[in-house]
Design a protein around this ligand. Structure first.
Ligand code: NAD
Length: 350
């Protein structure tokens, strides 16, 4: 029976533990958190030793696989030590806030030949095959993405130096999915805004940002994200893949709605101006596909099975690929800081 351990026993750690507890072919050996009660609470659920120093965990418990569920600012030494010990690991996104550090970790993983996975569970969504089919069958000229919500509770989140900001910490899921189902970014240009969130203590991050992306095939995307909203009625989250005759709205881990001229038009349809200047009904009816709700479980199971079998080929988000998504989001921050577009090919040159 393979043994697993976890470093970082907070919110997302519990999410993974809920999955791991369902697997009969692995057992917990240790949990580590700087806050001992948190590691103890996990050990109470799953068994295993409790540590506050990950080095001690590595030396004493000798796990076959590790789940690293620490905040964005805490990456680096842990991964390097885990790689030195040759332990396959699953690490949460964003893999770092420092692209050069992430590249060094990536290169050490390659040298060691380790199986790794990153917490981009949306890649395992049952919505991705229909989304990809739509993209293959329709020439997409525009991707429109929005993620508007509030300020998460964890204290490090509201400090951009610790979290990376909303793009890097949260909306990175959408950035990653765009890469996964559509294509690689070539140029990135972002603007931020502050001053709308006034009532959160120790708040020092962007309230919102808008990013323009150019892709290799010439298509554009606009990605808007904000944490200024205080009421669910103001929340919004979706990706729209838009072509000349149809569009697909992808609601992450929920459903896709596919709108097309052929499926139109039954109720509440608005009017659009056609290419010849005449008015036509906009499609209001859609073919919908619901998510099967298995993405998170499948993501964790795929990693566990990869470690058991020694074959990492089914993992959809290995560390090296997650570094590219990290670069995509850090490019936005760089553009915000400099006021200039960022050339992704330069950023990923080495
Ligand atoms: N994949 C997803 O959908 C998803 C969802 C939520 C969070 N996350 C990511 O997971 C990470 C953690 O988020 P969270 O919400 O669980 O945060 P959290 O603050 O709830 O938990 C992180 C835990 O790590 C511990 N920790 C920090 N440094 C440590 C160290 N050196 N050694 C041992 N323990 C350490 C903290 O004490 C804390 O208990 C973040 O990067 C976040 O972006 C991913």
């Amino acid at each position: 029976m393979k043994k697993y351990a976890m470093i970082g026993c907070g919110g997302i750690g519990q999410y993974h533990l809920n999955h791991l507890l369902q697997f009969q072919d692995i057992e917990a050996v240790a949990f580590c958190d700087l806050i001992p009660d948190r590691a103890a609470a996990f050990a109470k659920q799953a068994g295993g030793e409790v540590y506050t120093d990950y080095r001690e965990l590595l030396d004493k418990s000798r796990p076959d696989m590790l789940f690293i569920c620490i905040p964005p600012y805490a990456h680096g030494d842990i991964e390097m030590d885990v790689i030195k010990q040759g332990i396959p690991f699953f690490v949460e996104k964003p893999v770092s806030l420092d692209l050069n550090l992430a590249k060094r970790i990536r290169d050490e993983i390659a040298r060691a030949g380790l199986i790794t996975a990153v917490g981009f569970q949306c890649r395992y969504s049952s919505l991705n095959p229909p989304t990809r089919t739509f993209i293959e069958q329709n020439e997409i000229s525009f991707v429109q993405c929005s993620r508007i919500g509030g300020v998460p509770e964890v204290s490090w989140w509201r400090n951009k130096t610790l979290s990376g900001g909303q793009i890097v910490e949260q909306t990175i899921h959408q950035f990653d999915l765009i890469r996964f189902v559509f294509g690689e970014p070539v140029n990135v240009f972002s603007m931020n805004a502050r001053g709308f969130v006034r009532d959160v203590e120790d708040y020092d991050t962007d309230d919102l940002s808008v990013t323009v992306v150019r892709f290799a095939n010439g298509a554009l995307a606009s990605i808007s994200t904000g944490c200024y909203a205080q009421d669910g009625a103001a929340f919004d989250s979706k990706l729209t893949f838009s072509s000349r005759k149809s569009r697909l709205d992808h609601y992450l881990l929920q459903r896709v709605d596919i709108y097309g001229i052929d499926q139109a038009i039954t109720k509440d349809s608005g009017l659009v101006v056609k290419g010849d200047g005449t008015m036509a009904a906009a499609a209001a009816s859609a073919n919908s596909v619901d998510d099967n709700g298995q993405a998170g479980l499948t993501c964790d199971r795929t990693f566990v099975e990869a470690v058991i079998s020694g074959d990492g080929s089914k993992i959809l988000s290995p560390y090296a690929d997650a570094v590219k998504t990290l670069a995509f989001t850090l490019a936005c921050n760089q553009s915000i800081e400099t006021g200039q577009p960022v050339d992704m090919t330069k950023l990923l040159a080495d």
